[in-house]
Each structure stands twice: as C-alpha cells, then as structure tokens.
Design a protein around this ligand. Structure first.
Ligand code: PMP
Length: 387
C-alpha cells in the first residue's frame, strides 16, 4: 500500500455531494437517459422465465451470448472480433487492474498521457510502476515526445492511452498519431492498452479508427465499457485482444472475482438483442452535446479570458487551464462555499509525476441544464474577483 496515494480531493468532493452544491466533479452519465423500462422488462423476463440460468454461475470469461454481442459490435466498429477474443470485465476499470497485473513489475515503466485518467493511476498503483508521462495537446498524445520517452527508458511494459475524448482533457488522438503510436509500439515491442469508454459519444466530426483496428501485430488490448452507453451500475465492460492476451487476462480475472454477475450479463445481452442500443445512443448524443455547448457558451460569457478551456468533440469533460501560479485545489475550497457552491476536480490529481496545480476537470454530463448555467456563472463571478 506504500505507493497508493491517499486523496485529499476525495474529502473536498465529499462536500460536493451536498445537494446545494452544483457538482461538475464526477463523470456521471445523465441518469434520465437510463433505459429503465427496457431494463425492467428484461430483468423481469429473466427472473420469471430464465432464473435457473440467469442466477447460476457461468464461464469466467463472461456469458457467451454477451461476448458474441460485444464481438458483433466491435466487428462493426472496424475490429474483426469473435466471442473468444472478448473477456467480460467489471467495467473498463477492471481491465486496467488486470493489464497492470499482467505486465508491470515494481519499478518497471508505464507510459501514459500527461495528464491521464486518475482511475488508471489508482488501478496501476498496487503493481508499483514508474510512470513516464508523455506531453499531450489538442490532438492527444504527442508522438514525438512518445518517441523521446521510449528512447529514454529501458524497461517499458505498456503504453496506456484514452484515444477518444480523453479523461480529463477531452482531446482525441489524431489519425496520424494513431499510426505513429503503433509504429513506435512495434519498434519497442510493447503492449498498448486502448481505453475507450467515451468512444460512442461523439457530437461532431467523424469517428477515427481504433488503435486495435489499425494494429497488425496483436499488441493492442482494447477496453470498452457499458458504463457510459447503458448504465455504470451494471459494472460491465470488455477487454478485446489477441487470443493469447485474452487467455492470460482471463486467468487473472478468474483469480480476482470468478466472473461478472450472470444476471447483469444476461440482462445486457438480452437488452442488446431485444432493443436498439444505437437508437438509444442517438437519443443520448444530442443531450450531451447540448450540455457541452451550454457549458462552453456560459464559460465564454462569464469566465475571465485568461482561463483557457478545451473544446471536446465528444465525451463528458472540459479541461480548464488557469494562469500559471493559480492553485485550483485552493480555489475549490473557496468556490465550494455557499456564495458559489460549485465543485469540480482539481487537475493536479491527473498528473502521474509532476503535478500541475493550475487546471480543473469540469464534467457537463450529470447536471441539469439550468443548474449548469447557474453553476458556471457563479464560478465565473468568483474567478473574476480572484484573477
Ligand atoms: N477509463 C476511463 C478513461 C474512464 O473515464 C472510466 C470511467 N470514469 C473508466 C475507464 C472506468 O469506467 P467503468 O469501470 O465504469 O467502465
């Protein structure tokens, strides 16, 4: 546990759970979008008609029917996949835990974007990696810097990336950089973990091919999740990759928790069979897109110009950069007070090594429109006073 960081942020965000606080902190999907009637019908059917199977143990790699449905969806997304190439996991988060257990030894190197997904740092920590963070910009991981980082380290075990609408910056890895990243991974013979929970939530522009679809040497582990497309409470995600990779991850999964909930896997499989999840996603996208636009427009109208913000083409997050020297964790303490009553995640926590204090991650997904405008306006007023 020595390498596992306690989180002061968690304490601050506990204050943010107060209903009078408008929280842009958690990356929660909009609960009003959960397909509750459909799920109610599916669970009722399973419990009444198929309980002998739905409440029983199943294979540890996941219910075969669900693996087949996931494989179909991945194939349609440019990654020819069979059910055997798919491991069902407890959300994308478990894929990060299993990948680290597979390849990391204490002190060996994990390459990440800088900044990167906090949950990945939490998942990797027990395996005690050394981090080699790579510079990022609006086009995701800077592959020139990646080349430099790979040449500077001898014991790299994995490149971890969130190529689509990254958490926390919202950036998307450009096509050219996708090719370059894979070429560098080939050259250095590395595992690439591609984490894609936001991939389906693109609000503009055209979808780019996944790293796994461009990979010719079976080195990409593709992680996905039902959390943001169906409901995070199901705790369902997938890991897809070469048969050898999936086989070894499956053994680690078996050791960790035997299997996912059979009932939740059966319900999700049946949902995918009986309903149109793409139509569901097509209904969700304009809702998130409107919230993104509302957040950016309100920031443009009420924030001081020197507060820079990203404009993500999808996903759930806007990333703020305050002037040099500004401490976003300190400011959170003040913006949480009743005058503004707003919460966000200070950016320092997303940096694996050198923590930059002048950033914040703002999530627009879980806040009703009127409160979103209110909260941003109140935060803007306080920022004007302080900057
Ligand atoms: N990866 C990224 C980049 C995320 O943002 C999240 C969720 N916040 C996850 C993985 C894990 O989500 P889940 O385990 O619910 O699939």
């Amino acid at each position: 546990m020595a390498g596992v960081r306690p989180s002061a942020i968690r304490e601050l965000l506990r204050l943010g759970a107060d209903p009078s606080v408008i929280s842009f902190g958690g990356g929660y999907p909009d609960a009003s979008l959960f397909p509750v009637d459909e799920l109610a019908a599916v669970y009722a059917h399973l419990l009444v008609r198929e309980h002998a199977d739905a409440l029983q143990y199943t294979t540890s790699n996941g219910l075969p029917a669900l693996r087949a449905r996931v494989a179909e969806r991945l194939t349609a997304d440019g990654m020819p996949t069979t059910a055997d190439d798919v491991l069902i996991i407890q959300g994308g988060q478990q894929g990060l835990d299993l990948a680290a257990k597979l390849v990391v030894d204490p002190g060996s190197v994990v390459v990440t974007e800088n900044p990167t997904f906090l949950g990945a740092l939490i998942a990797f920590a027990p395996t005690e990696p050394t981090y080699a963070p790579v510079r990022t910009d609006a086009d995701g991981m800077d592959t020139d810097d990646l080349q430099r980082v790979l040449e500077a380290h001898t014991d790299v075990r994995m490149i971890y990336t969130v190529p689509d609408f990254q958490n926390p910056t919202g950036a998307t890895l450009s096509l050219e950089r996708r090719h370059r990243l894979l070429a560098l991974a080939d050259e250095h013979d590395l595992l690439v973990v591609e984490d894609t929970p936001y991939r389906a939530h693109r609000y503009e522009g055209t979808s780019l091919p996944t790293l796994r679809s461009l990979d010719t040497s079976g080195r990409v582990l593709h992680l996905g999740s039902f959390s943001k497309i169906l409901a995070p409470g199901l705790r369902l995600g997938w890991a897809a990759g070469s048969p050898d990779l999936v086989e070894r991850l499956g053994l680690l999964k078996l050791a960790a928790d035997t299997q996912n909930s059979t009932l939740n896997m059966a319900a999700t499989s049946r949902y995918l069979e009986a309903y149109d999840i793409d139509a569901h996603l097509a209904r969700a996208r304009p809702v998130y897109r409107r919230k993104r636009d509302l957040m950016l427009e309100t920031m443009a109208a009420t924030f001081p110009d020197e507060v820079l913000r990203t404009r993500p083409e999808g996903g759930l997050f806007v990333w703020l950069t305050f002037p040099e020297g500004f401490d976003a964790a300190d400011f959170l303490g003040r913006v949480l007070l009743p005058e503004a009553a707003v919460a966000y995640v200070p950016g320092a926590t997303f940096f694996p090594v050198t923590q930059e204090t002048n950033h914040a991650r703002m999530s627009f997904s879980g806040v009703p429109d009127d409160r979103l405008v209110d909260g941003i306006t109140r935060m803007g007023r306080l920022l004007h006073r302080e900057l």
